[in-house]
Design a protein around this ligand. Structure first.
Ligand code: C5P
Length: 237
């Protein structure tokens, strides 16, 4: 118990994407969902978790001031200690955010700014488990059949769905491990499609925990329609 209390937790929220797939002038993280922007919803969930000590918000280059004024201060997200610029890809953004994490941090939880429906429960579970394993990734079992398809569009293989999971964020790691993995990825010129893959390649074990299909990443205009439905449904509950 005493150890758990001492463990300092930093949340890294990459929100530096350009939102090109949304096809709107406003970036997806700034679009309103009910009474506030998507990003403010996401940050509010982390703000409400006692175990989270600091939040580092990674903003689009040149929009750090906008994020600070229009999101962090406007919606009173007090745990945001730094708003830092992102990079070209999500991996570059997370790497930059990592450089600003306090040295005495034990556990780093990375979560996409555009996943506003993350539950407090999954964050708490991730933090608790992170002390016992190398890393934790939230995910859901694949519901569709997944095939590997060649360039000529012929099927190469059909995967055994029983073992396939769709991986989301949050992803949670011990600070030392994620720092080592990110540094090594840049030395080796390795690009991954999630944070855990950078850690896995060093031989560390990532535990997957069952999340919810609601924890969507808002990417396209359809996702926004879906997000509004989830939001209204929750409001009515
Ligand atoms: O682009 P994608 O949908 O994978 O983005 C996931 C999250 O990563 C979003 O919150 C987005 O703002 C963030 N991102 C970032 N820096 C980038 C690209 C994406 O922080 N260069």
């Amino acid at each position: 118990m005493a150890d758990k209390k001492k463990q300092k937790v930093a949340a890294l929220i990459p929100a530096a994407g350009m939102g090109k797939r949304m096809g709107k002038e406003k970036k997806k993280q700034y679009l309103f969902l009910g009474d506030r922007p998507v990003l403010a919803h996401t940050l509010k969930v982390f703000e409400g978790i006692d175990e989270v000590n600091e939040i580092i918000l990674i903003a689009p280059v040149g929009e750090e001031g906008y994020c600070l004024n229009e999101i962090v201060e406007k919606y009173r997200i007090h745990k945001v200690t730094k708003v830092v610029p992102g990079g070209k890809d999500r991996q570059d953004s997370v790497y930059n955010g990592l450089k600003f994490v306090s040295n005495d941090t034990a556990c780093v939880i990375v979560h996409d700014g555009v996943r506003p429906f993350v539950s407090s429960d999954i964050i708490k579970q991730s933090i608790e488990l992170c002390a016992k394993v190398d890393g934790v990734a939230a995910g859901v079992p694949a519901r569709d059949t997944i095939k590997r398809v060649a360039k000529d569009m012929f099927v190469e293989a059909t995967m055994n769905r029983a073992h396939l999971w769709l991986i989301q964020t949050p992803q949670t790691f011990r600070y030392k491990i994620i720092s080592e993995a990110y540094n090594k990825a840049y030395i080796d010129n390795f690009r991954g499609t999630d944070d855990a893959s950078l850690i896995e390649r060093l031989g560390y074990k990532i535990k997957v925990i069952m999340d919810s299909y609601d924890n969507i990443k808002i990417t396209t205009p359809f996702d926004m329609i879906f997000a509004e439905m989830i939001y209204k449904n929750r409001e009515n509950r």
